[in-house]
Design a protein around this ligand. Structure first.
Ligand code: NAP
Length: 309
């Protein structure tokens, strides 16, 4: 028999943990399924300084540990390493299949966030774990006093590039245009940091080396000229993408796969809500994920009340 819960939250980042907390406070029996460990992408953020209430900033790991402990204090049940593969709906009951188990619920909140985008260039897969990384907070310490490259010009590239300067000798930030996408405050700090050198209008076309990465081939986007940049490590921050394939036809998506919701976070399927970075939205922050989690939980509570009538 599948395990039954009134509500299931899929995804244990800031949006999912907030939704779980609100649902439990509303007296709704809720299970949260997380495919890895709780905390979401925020757990890999070295320092969060724009989450209200923490003027000194806080590490992503500590903030997410607090979110998790807070949600659990209201009785939220969390199953980690529960990778959801399919969600289906019959007679107002959702069936959720993970690799190992099957669950049923009356309502669902999808808060599965995003994954890093790969560049898809030669050498990338081969050198993952051998100099190529998608997480400076996880792997930065392997490059103490060495030279690294960061690929990308968004918030993540600049923020994590700045955090790497506390560990490494030099950070090359490689961006394919001549203007950064990142917030102004991060740009200003990076331009002032003596350990950071920007290489604009360049895109990586190959990662190369023997057993470990030894250099990156960069192509100038203006004249296609190429240079070899010798580095000990590369951190790729080329954006992020959602995985919503497990929801099949239950949702509408935009061209990048983000879930389209209405202003109350409802999807096209009644009882199925989306919250956080997985949703089509303009601003992806811990603070906006928290707002989404709270609203999705409130709307799910209203939906469950309607079902009872
Ligand atoms: P992003 O904003 O999409 O930036 C991705 C960067 O990678 C862009 O500069 C893009 O260049 C570049 N890029 C994409 N594909 C590339 C390729 N094939 N080769 C070379 N460069 C490539 O992604 P993100 O920085 O991961 O941020 C994701 C979301 O999380 C954003 O909404 C961001 O605001 C949020 N976030 C916020 C914070 C914060 O508030 N502190 C921290 C981290 C992330 P172009 O600019 O030319 O497109």
């Amino acid at each position: 028999m599948p395990a039954f819960h009134e509500a299931i939250v899929i995804g244990g980042g800031p949006a999912g943990l907030t939704a779980g907390l609100y649902l439990m406070r509303a007296g709704i029996d809720t299970l949260l399924l997380e495919k890895a460990i709780t905390g979401g992408a925020a757990i890999n953020t070295y320092h969060i300084e724009n989450y209200p209430g923490f003027p000194e900033g806080i590490s992503g790991k500590e903030l997410m540990d607090r979110f998790s402990a807070h949600a659990k204090s209201f009785g939220l049940k969390i199953e980690e390493f529960a990778n959801v593969e399919k969600v289906s709906l019959k007679n107002d009951i959702f069936t959720i299949k993970s690799e190992k188990n099957t669950y049923e619920a009356k309502g669902i909140i999808v808060a599965t966030g995003t994954q890093p985008v790969k560049l898809g260039i030669p050498g990338e897969d081969r050198f993952i774990g051998r100099g190529v990384s998608f997480c400076a907070t996880c792997d930065g310490m392997f490059f103490r006093n060495l030279d690294v490259a960061v690929i990308g010009g968004g918030d993540a590239a600049i923020e994590e590039g700045l955090s790497l300067t506390n560990i490494v000798k030099k950070v090359y930030i490689i961006h394919r245009r001549d203007k950064l996408r990142a917030q102004k405050i991060l740009q200003e700090r990076a331009f002032k940091n003596p350990k950071i050198e920007f290489l604009f209008n360049k895109r990586p076309i190959e990662f190369a080396g023997k057993d470990q990465i030894e250099y990156v081939v960069l192509e100038d986007v203006r004249d296609s000229s190429k240079i070899k940049l010798i580095v000990d490590g590369v951190f790729v921050y080329a954006g992020s993408t959602p995985d919503t394939s497990f929801l099949g036809e239950l949702i509408d998506k935009d061209e990048k796969g983000f879930i389209i919701t209405d202003e109350n976070l409802a999807t096209k399927t009644k009882g199925l809500f989306a919250a956080g970075d997985v949703r089509k939205k303009r601003l992806r922050q811990v603070s906006t994920a928290v707002g989404d989690g709270a609203l999705a939980a409130y709307e799910l509570e209203r939906y469950l009340l309607e079902l009872k009538k």
